[in-house]
Write a protein that binds this ligand. Structure first.
Ligand SMILES: [Zn+2]
Ligand SMILES: [Zn+2]
Length: 783
């Protein structure tokens, strides 16, 4: 471990900040103070061997929140522990789980436990951590797609702690539950780790899988206690209850020790031109972070830079290397980009190099993908908002060691959400975090799971409430389609095929489209069918692990996009025409003359052409027409209607109404992730000066998945917070008439035309004049 005096980092930071021209870019500096931790004695019920092993592993005494959560789980209460990264969430579930596994069985065999994580890598880490404790009687084992056939049987029959993922539950464990009878009969705990990943459509799928697990376990006489671990999210008990269908209690107060950190909010300068319709663009967060990284490396400050894409990570590392080469030829070699796909020994070597200081800086994508265990660095740079506050703290938390001040810098990208956040520090540091949303009742998601459940054990009337209030109606539809059979004793799956093959947990709507290199037949990746027209149409540029490919053909019938390797100087962006139809309303509220509605819609989209844009500058260099069929999406939406008189009253001329609505729609979509854990790609929008179904100027924001994913619903529930932040983001941007930091959208199907920034501000102001206090909506009174 390299040692630095506490002052060294502080001095380096001062030097970085005092570079001429930079001070104006720092919009806020917050010293996040150090905090003493609060410990509690080991609980009396905990197994002595487990306690001794945890002590040996470096935990003299647990934190208060760990004991709090562990004791509830031990008492048989379902609990979610939602505290920041590095606060020791795993101890909270390991204490009761390992104690139960080691308890002397009372007649028969000892208890078992199931651990679920969103990725195989995390399950492997958990296995290593448990094995390192060296406890008898636990018999941990991973069980996933990579487990060899001969080991599978041993795991089913002998393992005590099985570590797997929801996908395996869905495809293998639940359909083949008879083979797991011995394990399921003794199932005492189910651990759901990193459960904030189960959001949107994926979360809705996992909710159905957990209900199937509960039903099958009950058949074997088991009613396991669920212990969930999550990053800090708002309303963790509510989300965990929705995910499991059980009453879950929350432990959300972090009592662990924390080091001091200086946190900067940073906005790159606005540069003239370069954008669509001559709009100004901000200096890219990548250039800015590359430069900061180089400065920190010169001062030997060990730094991690988080970037949204692999290509971005390359750009940051190349920028830093180039700048460093001019200063000291030895320095560029001490900067690297994390490229993914490493072998375990390569990952360990990378960890060692960073720990020892051989490597001073690493540019990488998100923490989960990182797959390496790095903490205790001196600084973390974030090129753009990482999506959620939970991710922000997870990433920033990689910096900081006892007795050493750490630095974190959030550099805003050209995006309305980033603009809003760097101008509103309280929304970053003090606001309640986003809610993880999911919709267990989405019929598109639930239908295949009802079939799978019926195949596992015939469904009875008594089973239905667990799934959804409308499960009975849905079953009638499935019977009508010949998928299920109704008999006096319940609903049966009688087809010879596997019901669990009807759906995949991670794809939305049918098998994904495979992206295949034509020359070699190599499969590069897959794309959701619904997104294929937009992202892998003929001529589209497809980036895979930093290399660019151009799509030769897209065939939706065979689910195949053929590509060839080609270095190009541009990216592509699809343009579309979109129509929206209101199918029904579920909730409605009035803000004075403005109506806010949540309901069902049908969105029809046709991709008609694509733009070629130059890399880095984003300048449009050409448009190519496409001939693709139109697609229909039935989903949920939130919309608001504004009477034409209201718009006229606040000075928006009739000609400017479409631009004002469109600009407000873009910014609102950009800001929705402030209140729900989605990103702007999970939702879409339509605005129109006169909609036939509402007979008024209307802005729609809809979920991008069939049946909805809960995002629009959350927008409706937290509308005041959401739209206030939208107005504030537009107002905070210093551009004259709209830019990507406020009202332009990178995914606009209309090429960002027309847009009226000033009109959008007036329109939102008028709508919000009749809004209730933000404290009254579910978004909380933040920002
Ligand atoms: Zn702007
Ligand atoms: Zn648009």
């Amino acid at each position: 471990m390299v040692s630095r005096s506490p002052d060294a980092t502080a001095t380096a930071v001062e030097r970085v900040l005092s570079t001429p021209g930079r001070s104006g870019r720092i919009l806020h500096s917050r010293d996040v103070g150090a905090r003493e931790g609060r410990t509690a004695p080991w609980p009396a019920w905990a197994d002595d061997g487990v306690v001794a092993a945890l002590r040996r592993a470096g935990v003299p005494e647990p934190w208060q929140h760990q004991v709090d959560a562990a004791s509830r789980a031990w008492a048989g209460r379902h609990v979610v522990v939602a505290t920041p990264a590095a606060s020791g969430k795993s101890l909270a579930y390991l204490l009761p789980v390992l104690t139960a596994l080691r308890a002397q069985p009372v007649g028969g065999r000892s208890a078992t436990a199931l651990y679920l994580s969103p990725t195989k890598a995390l399950a492997a880490d958990q296995l290593a951590a448990v094995e390192a404790l060296g406890l008898d009687g636990v018999r941990p084992a991973t069980y996933d797609g990579d487990t060899p056939a001969d080991e599978r049987r041993w795991v089913r029959e002998h393992a005590g702690y099985v570590l797997t993922n929801p996908d395996l539950l869905h495809h293998s464990m639940l359909p083949g539950h008879a083979r797991w009878a011995s394990f399921l009969r003794r199932l005492r705990y189910v651990v759901v780790d990193e459960c904030h990943h189960y959001r949107g459509v994926f979360g809705s799928h996992v909710a159905a899988v957990l209900r199937r697990l509960r039903r099958v376990a009950a058949r074997y006489g088991s009613y396991p206690v669920f212990v969930l671990a999550s990053a800090t999210v708002s309303q963790p008990a509510l989300t965990a209850s929705r995910l499991t269908g059980l009453d879950v209690e929350e432990v959300a107060t972090d009592t662990s020790r924390r080091g001091a950190m200086r946190f900067l909010l940073w906005e790159p300068p606005l540069l003239p031109g370069g954008g669509e319709h001559g709009a100004p663009t901000r200096r890219s967060a990548l250039s800015e972070v590359g430069e900061l990284l180089a400065d920190l490396v010169v001062d030997r400050v060990r730094t991690l830079a988080f970037v949204r894409s692999r290509r971005g990570a390359e750009v940051v590392s190349m920028t830093a290397k180039r700048l460093l080469a001019e200063i000291d030829p030895g320095l560029p070699a001490r900067v690297a980009a994390y490229r993914g796909g490493y072998l375990p020994e390569e990952r360990r070597e990378l960890e060692r190099a960073l720990r020892d200081g051989d490597l001073l800086a690493l540019a990488t994508t998100s923490a989960l993908e990182l797959g390496i265990d790095v903490s205790g660095l001196d600084a973390v740079l974030l090129a753009g908002w990482p999506g959620t506050r939970a991710s922000l703290w997870q990433q920033a938390g990689r910096a900081g060691r006892a007795g050493q001040p750490a630095l974190a810098v959030l550099v805003a990208r050209d995006d309305p959400l980033d603009t809003y956040l760097v101008h509103h520090p309280s929304a970053v540091f003090d606001a309640p975090v986003e809610a993880t949303v999911l919709d267990p009742a989405n019929p598109y998601v639930l239908a295949p799971h009802l079939c799978a459940a019926a195949a596992e054990l015939p469904l009875t009337e008594a089973d239905l409430p667990m799934f959804s209030d409308s499960a009975a109606e849905l079953l009638d539809v499935l019977v009508g389609r010949g998928l299920l059979r109704r008999r006096p004793s319940g609903w049966f799956w009688t087809a010879p095929s596997r019901a669990s093959d009807l759906t995949d947990l991670r794809g939305a709507g049918g098998a994904p489209v495979r992206v295949v290199e034509g020359d070699t037949g190599r499969v590069l990746g897959s794309i959701d069918r619904a997104a294929a027209d937009h992202s892998v149409h003929a001529g589209a540029v497809y980036v895979h692990q930093g290399a660019s490919f151009v799509v030769d053909s897209l065939d939706l019938a065979s689910g195949l996009a053929l590509v060839h390797r080609e270095d190009v100087d541009h990216v592509t962006q699809a343009r579309d025409v979109t129509d929206i139809r209101v199918l029904g309303e579920r909730q409605r509220t009035a803000w004075g003359p403005v109506d806010l509605v949540f309901g069902e819609v049908e969105v029809t989209t046709q991709v008609t052409s694509f733009l070629r844009r130059r890399l880095v500058t984003n300048e449009v260099i050409g448009e190519v027409a496409l001939d693709l069929p139109s697609r229909r999406l039935r989903t949920t939406a939130v919309w608001w209607t504004l009477p034409a008189s209201l718009l006229a009253g606040c000075g928006i001329r009739p000609d400017d109404v479409p631009g004002a609505l469109h600009a407000a729609e873009h910014a609102a979509i950009g800001l929705l992730p402030l209140v729900a854990t989605c990103d702007r790609w999970d939702v879409g929008g339509v605005s129109t000066a006169l909609h036939p179904d509402t007979a008024a100027p209307t802005i729609f924001v809809h979920d991008g998945h069939p049946g909805g994913a809960g995002f629009a619903e959350r927008g409706y529930a937290a509308a005041t917070t959401w739209l206030r932040a939208t107005a504030a983001a537009i107002g905070a941007c210093e551009c004259e008439s709209g830019c990507p930091s406020c009202v332009q959208s990178p995914k606009c199907g209309n090429g960002n035309e027309p847009l009226d920034k000033a009109g959008a501000l007036r329109l939102l102001g008028a709508a919000l004049a009749g809004a209730p206090d933000a404290r009254e909506d579910e978004g909380g009174g933040s920002g």
